[in-house]
Design a protein around this ligand. Structure first.
Ligand SMILES: [Zn+2]
Length: 248
């Protein structure tokens, strides 16, 4: 599943069309009227977490690649087109994604201070929100897009491993200083991940996600579904500490 850094990378690729007019809009996206798009000038591209936003003068189109979404720039894939935009110098096509029309001001829809890749990201606010549900497992909390927008399952596994925190730790039992370091690591890793995507080296940089052995201890990693969301976690029982409340 694409995470925040993939969306920022897509933005970099698509920015060539900013300032150009949509010559043709096509595709099966139900909530995006193609006739509304034709003739409009693309004014800006933004991202919010895992969402990609084409901005026009009076509305925006939000695209979420979900689990299996794909895109192609100046080429086409052999599958059902969900949304295709043809500009003066090329085209961008989306498949198996969720598309929606946003007519409100984007600032009313999105809180950019929760996006880990935004310059407006507010880590104090992220910590505050983590504390509102102290009983939650950290592996669920870290994927909460209203707290750390853009963090997906790959980043989750890697930051927990880097900070040596077991995914089933309870948020309220993790010391404040460790939670802060974890939030900082989400930001740091997201930007490192973006660099790896640009280089085409992302997979070789993962330490535990979809791996079999702990690079610190050289013992088999545990793999299992954790939290209420039952998302895959890869972790080491030896070097990732399980924080649970003290029982008297
Ligand atoms: Zn280990």
């Amino acid at each position: 599943m694409p995470e925040g850094p993939q969306m920022v990378f897509l933005k970099e690729q698509a920015e060539q069309f900013v300032g150009q007019t949509v010559l043709l809009a096509e595709g099966s996206a139900k909530h995006v009227p193609n006739n509304r798009l034709q003739g409009q000038v693309l004014t800006e591209i933004k991202t919010y977490g895992k969402e990609f936003l084409f901005c026009f003068s009076s509305f925006a189109i939000c695209i979420h690649l979900m689990l299996f979404g794909k895109y192609a720039i100046n080429s086409r894939l052999d599958r059902e087109l969900r949304l295709g935009l043809e500009f003066e110098t090329g085209e961008i096509n989306f498949y198996a994604c969720d598309c929606r029309l946003i007519e409100k001001e984007l600032s009313e829809v999105y809180d950019w201070s929760t996006d880990v890749m935004s310059t407006l990201f507010d880590k104090a606010k992220a910590l505050e929100k983590l504390h509102t549900k102290p009983e939650r497992q950290i592996s669920d909390a870290i994927l909460d897009q209203s707290i750390l927008a853009g963090v997906g399952n790959g980043i989750k596994n890697e930051v927990l491993y880097r900070r040596q925190i077991h995914p089933e730790s309870m948020v309220g039992a993790i010391p404040e200083v460790e939670l802060l370091k974890l939030v900082n690591e989400c930001v740091k890793l997201s930007f490192e991940y973006l660099t790896w995507i640009r280089e085409g080296t992302a997979k070789q940089h993962w330490q535990v996600y979809q791996k079999k052995e702990c690079p610190r201890d050289f013992i088999p990693l545990q793999k299992g579904k954790t939290g209420k969301q039952l998302r895959s976690s890869y972790y080491c029982d030896r070097c990732q500490r399980l924080f649970l409340p003290d029982v008297l």
